[in-house]
Write a protein that binds this ligand. Structure first.
Ligand SMILES: [Zn+2]
Length: 257
């Protein structure tokens, strides 16, 4: 009898301790996230209090659905925060968004090559991030150095995390082609293509404020333009108002940029 009572008491105690520590860690995460986001993510700083709370909730939902793992490195809370922020920023204007074409994000310590090698001896390590295909379908790979640089440099209009998540959004309709059908209604497809080609030509003639990589092809144009749009919205509005308007419609962001 005594044994049964002791067992029940022990079970109740374990449950109590578990619930308490879970609640504590959730509270800690929310406070830590707010501090980290305010320090590192300009996009978050531009939101009002209510939007900031919603942003953190969306980050939590993302991390509940998608695993984030370091490859030969341990990850810090800031790594998780920056990955989740990169995922939420481009879809924040949509009521809800699930990255159905993604199961996990792998974090490499630094840039890597086509064979996904990143050690000192590996040659041609130029890739900062990629959306996996073939055996890596459903995975994204990001260089930790590039992920952090994207948020720490506030003026370069460059953000590897956002760039790769925009590729994923583009890919939702089955084609990574710079024309995300979920975001651009059919009647806007032609004007978007025309504007995109005009701007790509300007990039290739060295007459654009967008970085040269955007002139590579349509999908890179969309990703590069989106980085600029989410990092420096006011500057883009001034420099390229037509493109700004198109991206604002596309990402439904008129309430927070
Ligand atoms: Zn790209």
């Amino acid at each position: 009898m005594l044994y049964i009572i002791l067992s029940i008491l022990l079970a109740v105690f374990i449950l109590y301790a578990f619930t308490r520590s879970k609640k504590k860690s959730q509270d800690r995460a929310v406070n830590d996230w707010h501090t980290l986001l305010k320090k590192h993510v300009d996009f978050y700083k531009r939101l009002d209090k209510k939007q900031q709370a919603h942003f953190r909730k969306r980050m939590q939902l993302f991390l509940d659905e998608i695993y984030v793992e370091g490859v030969e490195i341990g990850l810090t809370e800031l790594d998780y925060v920056l990955v989740a922020a990169s995922a939420v920023i481009p879809v924040f204007g949509f009521g809800e968004w699930h990255y159905n074409n993604l199961s996990g994000v792998l974090i490499y310590p630094d840039s890597f090559n086509e064979d996904l090698k990143f050690h000192d001896s590996a040659a041609d390590k130029r890739i900062l991030g990629m959306v996996g295909t073939g055996q890596f379908e459903g995975q994204m790979i990001l260089s930790r150095k590039a992920l952090h640089h994207g948020f720490n440099n506030k003026t370069d209009k460059l953000n590897t995390g956002i760039h790769e998540f925009v590729h994923l959004i583009d890919k939702t309709d089955g084609l990574t082609d710079g024309l995300p059908e979920r975001l651009i209604p059919y009647e806007y497809a032609m004007p978007w293509l025309a504007l995109m080609h005009k701007e790509m030509e300007a990039i290739n003639k060295n007459e654009s404020d967008l970085r040269s990589y955007g002139g590579t092809n349509q999908q890179e144009f969309l990703a590069v333009a989106a980085e600029y749009f989410f990092e420096r919205p006011k500057l883009l509005k001034r420099k390229l108002p037509e493109l700004y308007k198109m991206l604002e419609d596309c990402f439904q962001s008129e309430t927070y940029t």
